[in-house]
Design a protein around this ligand. Structure first.
Ligand SMILES: [Zn+2]
Length: 311
């Protein structure tokens, strides 16, 4: 099975040659993150055996401690891997890491793969995520290049639909392609905690990585799907930002569905990304969410691979 690549990649590249975009991270936040380099990890205890471990400036990591060692969901970036392992080793009840989940292929999630792969640990991912990690990737909007991972660092246990560690820890594919086409969730039944990676953003406008399949229609679909896995008490951990609840998923679903509808209307009228940005399709959300120009441009471009008549 090949990851779904937009069939109009060449057109996309041409269309975007002049659209060198900045990352969504605001400069002030980037500086703040740099200033905090070396600062201690923050630990949020969700239960006696479940902890959110966040190295400053890095994506969230969820650590589950047990008699057989530690299970990690995501592994931070390579530069933060040592700090992450130190923080995890210091958790109450911690032992050696036995399993790492990659919620998707991005370097902010897969930076401990090499360390843990070399140590013979289990690295679980959706098959599409493994495939992306076997190939070099370029983001056309900012020309950012990603090298494939060495074989030892690639996921060594993949799945297509669902799987489980035991009856308490179950995982599954999020097939909507919200962030990439390899997104997964992990659900801890006893603790009622749902980890969703970057399929849901808890920190402002998300990256729409259409290079590896993500699109705004998928974000809407995933937000709807994930609601069926949660109840009012479920704590939902996104890739970035604080723990969310079911009400947050519902609010995000309503917001992105509105934006999706506006963007598809513009697409159907033959408009382009610049016109989509000028139409301010996120206007009532910007106060809370921040400047959306980059997000809107990328979200609009993500429609091309899915909705264009000749796609
Ligand atoms: Zn990501």
């Amino acid at each position: 099975m090949n990851p779904a690549r937009p069939t109009r990649r060449h057109l996309l590249k041409t269309a975007m040659a002049g659209a060198a975009g900045a990352l969504l991270v605001a400069p002030a936040r980037r500086l703040a993150a740099a200033a905090q380099a070396g600062a201690p990890a923050s630990i949020q205890k969700l239960s006696d055996d479940l902890f959110v471990v966040t190295i400053p400036g890095e994506a969230n990591v969820l650590a589950h401690t047990g008699a057989d060692g530690v299970l990690l969901i995501d592994g931070a970036s390579a530069g933060a891997s040592d700090a992450l392992m130190k923080a995890v080793a210091a958790l109450p009840g911690a032992g050696p890491v036995h399993t790492l989940f990659n919620t998707h292929w991005h370097p902010e999630q897969t930076g401990s793969n090499e360390l843990l792969g070399k140590a013979g640990k289990t690295i679980i991912a959706h098959e599409n995520t493994r495939l992306w990690l076997t190939t070099d990737i370029v983001w056309p909007w900012n020309d950012k290049r990603f090298k494939r991972l060495p074989k030892i660092a690639q996921p060594n246990k993949t799945f297509y639909t669902t799987g489980q560690i035991n009856t308490d820890i179950r995982y599954g594919y999020i097939p909507d392609a919200a962030h990439t086409d390899g997104d997964l969730y992990v659900y801890f039944a006893r603790e009622n905690v749902l980890a969703v990676g970057d399929a849901v953003s808890g920190a402002g406008w998300p990256v729409v990585d259409y290079t590896t399949g993500g699109w705004i229609g998928g974000m809407v679909g995933a937000l709807q799907r994930l609601q069926t896995l949660a109840n009012a008490e479920t704590r939902i951990l996104p890739g970035r930002g604080p723990v969310l609840g079911l009400a947050d998923l519902k609010a995000q679903y309503a917001m992105y569905a509105t934006i999706y509808e506006r963007l598809t209307t513009l697409l159907n009228k033959g408009r382009g990304p610049r016109e989509a940005v000028a139409a301010k399709p996120t206007k009532e959300f910007d106060d809370k969410m921040g400047s959306s120009d980059e997000f809107v441009r990328r979200a609009f471009e993500s429609l091309w691979g899915y909705l264009s008549p000749d796609a």
